[in-house]
Design a protein around this ligand. Structure first.
Ligand SMILES: NC(=O)c1ccc[n+]([C@@H]2O[C@H](COP(=O)([O-])OP(=O)(O)OC[C@H]3O[C@@H](n4cnc5c(N)ncnc54)[C@H](OP(=O)(O)O)[C@@H]3O)[C@@H](O)[C@H]2O)c1
Length: 242
């Protein structure tokens, strides 16, 4: 059963309405794709090879009105993150909501071993933010300052990270992974929403990072299930928000 009935198409503005942000307060949503055998990356170690146009449409819609796109360093090291630029189509909506013209990339990294040649650093509308721990390597820190705004935090616990973002007015947060960071967000009980695409492929899990695991399950409630091209795009929220 598809619940509720799928839309006629995955129109970008309908998708915006299907993935709303609350008017106030912090909201942390995960945006991830998984295969039928639970892989987070294809045999090439990338998520693009298990994704599709429709998954990409949802991914883009979720980003459009976000304040921050939060990723772990592992994701940035693996994926070719392109610049995050302001889009004319979103200018009015973002201005009315008191938002900056574009989402800000936020990378959490203890090592500061990041791919500095990616166009996301210099090409994004807002300079990306890198959050690091209390005693970063001085040389790596110097390099990071050349490309990003760097915040040195007392620790990289998820609560500390989210508080640092809140202090900068970043409250609509889409966490695009990877699995290690997402697991930490869930373990800290700070995930409000899980936007999970099920890709209709088996890929094997050899290239999917092994994570530490959770002590107990974290249950979510289904809000909608969209389908196109054999992909399932599910929106789950924490039960208290359903
Ligand atoms: N299927 C999907 O939707 C999807 C989405 C994203 C990524 N991926 C795939 O997942 C892989 C990368 O995922 P990953 O799990 O290895 O890496 P990740 O979660 O993106 O990043 C882990 C890194 O983040 C930093 N970090 C800082 N604070 C952290 C915290 N509190 N908890 C966890 N990490 C913290 C550390 O960086 P330092 O090492 O610098 O200290 C850590 O090594 C790639 O293969 C990528 O293609 C798939």
């Amino acid at each position: 059963m598809v619940f509720p009935a799928p839309p006629r198409s995955l129109d970008p503005d309908e998708l915006l309405e299907a993935y709303p942000w609350p008017d106030e307060g912090r909201w942390v949503r995960a945006m991830m794709v998984t295969t039928l055998d639970g892989a987070a990356a294809g045999p090439d170690g990338l998520s693009g090879s298990i994704s599709s146009t429709v998954d990409g449409d949802v991914f883009d819609s979720v980003r459009r009105l976000a304040d921050a796109v939060l990723v772990g360093a592992g994701t940035l090291r693996a994926e070719e993150y392109g610049p995050m630029r302001a889009a004319d189509a979103d200018a009015d909506r973002r201005e009315r909501a008191g938002q900056a013209p574009a989402p800000q990339l936020v990378v959490v990294s203890g090592s500061l071993d990041l791919p500095w040649s990616l166009p996301v650093w210099a090409g994004s509308t807002l300079t990306p933010l890198v959050l690091t721990g209390p005693s970063p390597d001085p040389e790596a820190l110097e390099t990071a300052h050349e490309h990003a705004t760097v915040l040195t935090l007392p620790d990289l616990e998820v609560a500390t990270v989210l508080d640092a973002l809140g202090a900068r007015g970043l409250r609509r947060i889409v966490c695009e992974g990877g699995p290690s960071l997402l697991e930490a967000v869930v373990a800290a009980d700070l995930l409000d929403e899980a936007d999970i695409t099920v890709s209709p492929v088996f890929a094997g899990t050899a290239k999917t990072p092994r994570t530490g695991g959770l002590d107990q399950v974290a249950r979510f409630t289904l809000v909608h299930l969209l389908t196109a091209e054999s992909f399932l795009m599910a929106r789950y929220v924490r039960p208290s928000a359903a």
